[in-house]
Ligand binder design. Sequence first.
Ligand SMILES: C[S@@+](CC[C@H](N)C(=O)[O-])C[C@H]1O[C@@H](n2cnc3c(N)ncnc32)[C@H](O)[C@@H]1O
Length: 252
Amino acid sequence: MGGRGLRSSASGAVRALLDPLGLRGAPDPAAARRLYRLQAPTYERLTAAAAPWRERAADALRLVPGETVVDVGCGSGLNLPYLERRVGDEGTVIGVDLSPHMLAQARKRVQRAGWENVVLVEASAEEAAFADGADALLICAAHDVMRSPRALTNVLARLRPGGRVVAAGCKWTPWWTPFGAPLNVGTWLANRPFVTTFEGFSEPWSHLGTLVPGLAVEEVAGGCGYIASGAVPEGTPRRARRQRRGGPTVKL
Ligand SMILES: C[S@@+](CC[C@H](N)C(=O)[O-])C[C@H]1O[C@@H](n2cnc3c(N)ncnc32)[C@H](O)[C@@H]1O
């Protein structure tokens, strides 16, 4: 481990001591890379129940054959079949993830399926430099990406004008509702292995909402999940998309 790796492990240990539940703080890409080295072998078994939400998120992208779609934080590639089926042979799917261990599984999935139109990129969403002009972006179950304004700005800047974005994942249900507290304890236990922070877990889409005007948010699974969808404006110069005002519309 180099000096940078040691520093990042030490800061991770300090963070765990000060905030053992992981409720605060910015996402930590170096910690995520370490986390997913451990999680990669069991990830798919632990998250199999999310399949119906993947289908719904893919539907919300309104993909048509021939389009290019980017799966940000694609992990082991569980969303790739839904995306590939919708864009067809003429289209392209680009999967981006910072974890080599998760991407190794995605690569096996691509090989098994014989897809020649799926490209996998090992990079953080903050720094990924995949081709410009994509038609659509999916951010599924990647809370760390949703809480990184730098990651969101970078990936949104690579959409074409009018390009669509869908984000889906878990969230806190309101704590004051009758089953709010026990549901949220379950949500914490289910998500703890997969996030480096729960910061923003009440409204994971809040940063995205400042970048995508009119973002529509649907709360699902009794308020324990969400699907947010919107589009970057037509004809807006990329630089102007960086920070916009106007909160998202939430449908309960
Ligand atoms: C819970 S998994 C979700 C994987 C996949 N999207 C799915 O729906 O199954 C979160 C993924 O986000 C990736 N990730 C976390 N932070 C990231 C970042 N800053 N840039 C790129 N990928 C990131 C992790 O490596 C992990 O594979």
